[in-house]
Write a protein that binds this ligand. Structure first.
Ligand SMILES: N=c1c2ncn([C@@H]3O[C@H](COP(=O)(O)OP(=O)(O)OP(=O)(O)O)[C@@H](O)[C@H]3O)c2ncn1[C@@H]1O[C@H](COP(=O)(O)O)[C@@H](O)[C@H]1O
Length: 133
């Protein structure tokens, strides 16, 4: 999937400076981030509606539109797909570590009480000795 999005990202970058009259991407870039964000939000809602309505084929189509509009917004925001893949890999590594932690709160083994070693108070003994001499 990441290859497809990488190719789409490159196509979006290539199209952004085309004639807005013939390129939807160029038109979105001409209208700016607010329009891109509005289209992305609209597509997200369309995916949600089709999913809730039990229309998997429509979910597929609207998801492709969603990913297109997301890619356009990434390009506009200076985000590259690799930036997102690295964040996802970071979270996966993080979760992976968490997955290895015991599910229950970590029970520390009961350790024998550490004997409190009192340091000899040499200074006081020296003072007492001086006083006695
Ligand atoms: N992957 C896509 C892509 N996916 C979806 N879309 C467009 O995004 C629209 C999303 O559906 P909407 O219902 O929101 O759009 P709409 O019904 O036309 O209504 P409006 O958004 O116009 O109001 C679709 O109509 C498609 O025209 C896409 N337009 C372009 N690409 C790719 O982007 C690259 C650049 O293409 P151009 O933008 O045409 O230069 C090419 O690789 C294209 O394949």
């Amino acid at each position: 999937m990441s290859d497809s999005i990488e190719r789409l990202y490159q196509a979006v970058i290539a199209a952004k400076d085309l004639d807005p009259a013939v390129s939807r991407t160029a038109r979105l870039f001409q209208r700016g981030p607010a329009k891109m964000a509005k289209k992305l939000a609209e597509e997200a809602v369309e995916v949600v509606i089709d999913a809730v309505s039990g229309k998997p084929d429509a979910v597929v189509r609207e998801s492709a539109d969603l990913l297109y509009n997301l890619t356009v917004l990434w390009a506009s925001a200076g985000v590259k797909p690799g930036d997102v893949w690295r964040e996802m890999e970071r979270r996966e590594r993080l979760l992976g570590i968490a997955e290895k932690l015991p599910k229950s709160p970590v029970k520390l083994p009961k350790t024998a009480p550490v004997p409190v070693v009192r340091r000899r108070i040499v200074a006081l003994e020296n003072r007492l000795r001086k006083r006695q001499s």
